[in-house]
Design a binder for this molecule. Sequence first.
Ligand code: URA
Length: 204
Amino acid sequence: MTKESRLKDLKEEIVKMKVCPKLASEATNLVFGAGNPDSQIIFIGEAPGKNEDLKGLPFVGAAGKFLDEMLSQISLERDSVYITNIVKYRPPNNRDPLPEEKKEFLPFLKRQIEIIRPKIVVTLGRHSLNCFLPDAQISKIHGKVMKIKLVLGKAKNDQLEILLVPLFHPAAALYNGSMRKTLIDDFNNLPIILKNLSKGIDNE
Ligand code: URA
C-alpha cells in the first residue's frame, strides 16, 4: 500500500470512528493534512481556523501565508513538505483545543507520522510541542534541535527516532515584532539541519 492510500484510509478512519463528534458536528471539513508524504520534514500546528475549515486544508489563512513566506525564504515549496495539525476539526470561535480533544487526536497524529516517517518534526506553537514533550516551555526551547524517540505502539521497538524542532506558532508571531524575528531566525536554521541530516552529521 502506498503512503497516499494509507493516509487516505487513516483520514476515513477518523470519520468512521467519530473522533471528537462535537467538533465534527460544527465543522465544515475535516482538515487532515496536505503536502508530500515522502517529505523528510513535517510541520504540525494546533487546529484549523476558519479558512482551513472552509477549504479543508491546513494553514491557508493569514498564519498560513506567513508560513508560506518563511518556507519560500528557505527555498522550500509548500507542496514539497507535509503540513498538518494535532486536532483535525476547527474548534468553535478559534478557541484553543481542549486537552481531551488533543488526547483523542494524538493516536491519529502518531499514525500519520508513522506513515510519513519524517526525519524532522517541526512543532508550531506550544500545543503541538506539548504533544511530544508535555512539560517543555516553548519560550525556553524554541529553535533547539532535540533527538527524541516517538513511541508509536505498545511493542518495545515500536518507535521512531526523529529530530524535534519546536518553533513559535506563526499566528502568535505574526503581529509581535520580537517573536516574529525569533521565529524567522529559527526557521532559517532549518536548511542547516536538513543539510547536516543528508551528510549524516549529528544536529543536536
Ligand atoms: N493555525 C493552526 O494551528 N493550524 C492551521 O491549520 C491554521 C492556523
